[in-house]
Write a protein that binds this ligand. Structure first.
Ligand SMILES: Nc1ncnc2c1ncn2[C@@H]1O[C@H](COP(=O)(O)OP(=O)(O)OP(=O)(O)O)[C@@H](O)[C@H]1O
Ligand SMILES: [Mg+2]
Length: 411
């Protein structure tokens, strides 16, 4: 047996590698919902970290491992590759296929779990937005996916929206940049896959009656095109170049994208400007820099709004000082106010965002600001207790339940 890994967790060595994944004993496994896949995928927990193990052919495992590592270096939203375990030999001398180990994406939902009941069309739209944005981000980085689909994507909640992550990079390829032809090809693959998956959902009665499968797949493509255009189109400006340029950059930042450089050219005495968008995560990066909190883009936007309001109210000129005070005097006490058993329901940034939202609604109803502390209490007592336990839904049972069948893939 041979393990290739950037950072081998010695606990990985304890797993029963000479046994085919299909026959792994339940005591190593964690029951988590998973998407539809050709390969056998198993989830295991070692020292509190959950990993996904996928049995696949040698070439494919290596390729996917390298691609996922490259995507990680580029900051792309994808699952993290941890190791390849190759040269597995069973007790009877039979050679077993290598295993690709990735870190399980916490709080993530495969689309089957998101669709465990019929979604309102509005929720569906947010899901499609997240998927389109993921494909745009990957294309901006020069990544051709080759198999974009709902089941090759994982979704995390993000302040009322979703953030999408790539989970299956097997068919991908990284280029310096993608041609329009390559992007179109990738989009067509996505369209076909998503159409098929929507038909399946419809057959299972999980698609809202107002939603047509063909419309779903066309909609992803349309959303992709709109976003791509917004991010990359060349703008003709007559005058006020500087202001126009600033406005465009600000709009892109607002949408969560960072601009690295702007190219300008003069054609027939008209100025053309085109920004080079580097990546999404504008607010995520600012929040991380200021507070060390790692949140999704929309969560980060909301948290930063709260932080900025706090800074204005407390008259603190220094941004990092204000951020530190906000973190220790506002954010952390709110998170700590959640009693242990309720902690697994939502991850801290999402919890905080929902509390801000709750405070807003309570205040609207009362016709005055109800204040943070009463809003927290009301959220815990009236809202959070009634919520399904998101981590338990995802299989992390309170009492370390690891029997394999407790959660069905369809939930
Ligand atoms: N790191 C991870 N975190 C969370 N879930 C994961 C992870 N890795 C795999 N999964 C789950 O396992 C499923 C199958 O993984 P994957 O798509 O890589 O397998 P596959 O057999 O290569 O799929 P395909 O049939 O598309 O080739 C995913 O849909 C996802 O639900
Ligand atoms: Mg797959």
């Amino acid at each position: 047996m041979r393990i290739t890994s950037a950072l081998v967790d010695p606990a990985l060595l304890e797993l029963p590698w000479p046994t085919p994944l299909e026959d792994w004993p339940a005591d190593h496994l964690v029951a988590l919902p998973q998407g539809i896949s050709r390969h056998v995928v198993r989830f295991v927990r070692l020292d509190g970290t959950v990993y996904a193990a996928k049995e696949t052919r040698e070439r494919i495992a290596e390729r996917e491992y390298d691609l996922l590592r490259a995507l990680e270096r580029l900051g792309a939203p994808a699952v993290e590759a941890v190791a390849i375990v190759a040269d597995r030999v069973a007790a009877d001398g039979e050679h077993l296929e290598p295993v690709l180990v990735t870190r399980h994406l916490q709080f993530s939902l495969p689309y089957r779990a998101v669709f465990s009941h019929t979604l309102r069309p509005e929720t569906m739209n947010r899901l499609l937005d997240a998927l389109a944005a993921l494909l745009v981000r990957l294309h901006l980085l020069g990544f051709f996916w080759g198999d974009c689909s709902l089941s090759n994507t994982l979704f995390r909640r993000d302040a009322g929206a979703f953030a999408a992550y790539l989970v299956d990079a097997e068919t991908g390829a990284l280029h310096l940049r993608l041609s329009n032809g390559q992007r179109d090809e990738d989009l067509e693959i996505a369209r076909t896959n998503i159409f098929g998956e929507s038909l399946d959902l419809q057959a299972a009665g999980l698609l809202h009656e107002a939603i047509d499968p063909e419309q779903v797949s066309d909609e992803v493509v349309r959303r992709y095109e709109t976003l791509w255009h917004e991010l990359t189109h060349e703008e003709k400006v007559e005058k006020d170049t500087r202001r126009n340029m600033e406005r465009r950059i600000r709009r892109l930042n607002e949408m969560g994208f960072d601009v690295e450089e702007v190219s300008m050219s003069v054609v027939d005495s008209q100025i053309h400007i085109r920004p080079k968008v580097v990546d999404a995560g504008h607010h995520t990066r600012r929040l991380l820099r200021l507070t060390g909190l790692d949140a999704e883009e929309n969560q980060a936007r909301r948290l930063l709004n709260d932080l900025d309001a706090y800074r204005a109210e407390s008259d603190l000129a220094d941004e990092s000082q204000a951020a530190h005070r906000w973190l220790t005097e506002v954010f952390e006490p709110v998170v700590r106010a959640v009693p242990g058993p309720l902690r697994r329901k939502l991850e801290p940034p999402e919890l905080f965002v929902q509390i801000i939202e709750h405070r807003f609604h309570l205040s609207e109803k009362a016709g005055r600001d109800v204040g943070l502390a009463p809003a927290v209490q009301s959220f815990l007592n009236d809202v959070l207790v009634h919520r399904p336990d998101e981590q338990a839904i995802l299989g992390y049972d309170a009492d370390d339940d690891d029997s394999e069948e407790t959660v069905s893939p369809e939930l």
